[in-house]
Design a protein around this ligand. Structure first.
Ligand SMILES: NC(=O)c1ccc[n+]([C@@H]2O[C@H](COP(=O)([O-])OP(=O)(O)OC[C@H]3O[C@@H](n4cnc5c(N)ncnc54)[C@H](OP(=O)(O)O)[C@@H]3O)[C@@H](O)[C@H]2O)c1
Length: 327
């Protein structure tokens, strides 16, 4: 009972914070402190792999990077949507170096295969942007027997990053940027039921748990791979297809208060491109170009190192299970 009241209190505190900071006006207020020169960069010759870049935040990120000369590898699950977005990005950026790759990130073996093939065709990768994400509200299990949100948001991000690390390490100053969510602030890392097989299934909370896991992953990777710069972020509340489809009530209630896709992509682009980032410590959680706390005050969401290690070990074991012998 007390726990339920505390959870309700934490969620209310978080929502009030969101109304102030995660909205369009929150972005505008934060942006008044941005250094406009931070994104005056030319990244011609550098390569960027962006997942879920056929729509929303990922597509806008791909466009901003293409405009600055980067070679963009779009990783999307649907050929038609990917090609349509690619054509638009090329037209708007006048950059022909935009390539579409088809991969469903909820399919672990396909991720390993994709990365092995990508490594054969590319000698390095400068920046990986883990942007693709989903909030599936009814418990859905993939053909591999994995809960769909976990498979996409956590295991997919884990395998793609691990499999691309050797290629990233061949770049001059490699970066990995992961688009998490402020929703993770209401969740404590929970490693007891990664597939959400027990209890009532709440898609919003499962998604928030996956996003907490992405933060923990980023912190661990930053310690394990000091030569690669890792960051993770909250893009704010953004008007995108994901919000329209998965959270229709929230979308309707927030209306014009939701951020534009360009506003949502701003910190992703900044983390991927800005030279300022080179002086920032690795493994941090960002919001509007600033490092912010990964916990709300008095939310009791801190996790033990033991639980964090359990997550890493479970993901390593699952990733190995799906790794084809040939890769
Ligand atoms: N919008 C917000 O308010 C908000 C807030 C916090 C965090 N985020 C995060 O921001 C990221 C981008 O989301 P968005 O809001 O820009 O939504 P979006 O426009 O719907 O973009 C999500 C992208 O992920 C792709 N995707 C989903 N499942 C996939 C899978 N299994 N394999 C490959 N690609 C997959 C989608 O592909 P399809 O087009 O084929 O579905 C789409 O390209 C997500 O990680 C989301 O959690 C968003």
């Amino acid at each position: 009972m007390f726990l339920q009241i505390h959870r309700g209190f934490t969620t209310s505190v978080w929502f009030v914070k969101g109304l102030r900071e995660y909205t369009r006006s929150g972005f505008e207020s934060a942006a008044s402190q941005f250094n406009p020169g931070d994104l005056d960069v030319d990244v011609t010759g550098q390569s960027f792999l962006i997942t879920g870049s056929n729509s929303g935040i990922g597509k806008r990120t791909a466009l901003e990077i293409a405009k600055r000369g980067g070679t963009v590898h779009m990783v999307c699950r649907n050929l038609e949507r990917a090609e349509a977005a690619r054509a638009q990005i090329i037209e708007e950026s006048k950059n022909e170096n935009v390539f579409a790759h088809i991969l469903d990130l909820s399919k672990p073996q396909d991720i390993w295969d994709f990365c092995a093939d990508f490594a054969k065709r590319n000698d390095h990768l400068d920046v990986l942007v883990n942007n693709a994400g989903c909030m599936v509200n009814q418990r859905e299990v993939t053909d591999d027997g994995l809960e769909k949100n976990f498979a996409t948001n956590t295991l997919g991000t884990y395998i793609l990053t691990c499999a691309l690390l050797p290629l990233l390490k061949k770049a001059n100053k490699p970066r990995v940027v992961t688009v998490s969510s402020g929703g993770m602030l209401v969740q404590q890392l929970d490693v007891k039921d990664l597939q959400h097989e027990h209890g009532t299934f709440d898609g919003t909370m499962v998604y928030a748990q996956n996003k907490r896991q992405q933060v923990v992953l980023t912190e661990h990777w930053s310690r394990l791979h000091p030569g690669v710069h890792f960051s993770v972020l909250h893009p704010g509340w953004v008007d995108t297809p994901a919000v329209r489809v998965s959270m229709p009530d929230f979308h309707r209630r927030m209306g014009q208060r939701l951020r534009t896709e360009a506003q949502g992509a701003d910190t992703v682009v900044w983390l991927a491109l800005s030279p300022v980032m080179e002086n920032q410590p690795s493994g941090k959680f960002f919001q509007d170009r600033k490092v912010v706390s990964t916990h709300l005050p008095m939310a009791w969401t801190q996790s033990s190192l033991e639980d964090e290690n359990k997550l890493m070990e479970a993901l390593e074991a699952m990733a190995a299970m799906f790794k084809p012998e040939t890769t």
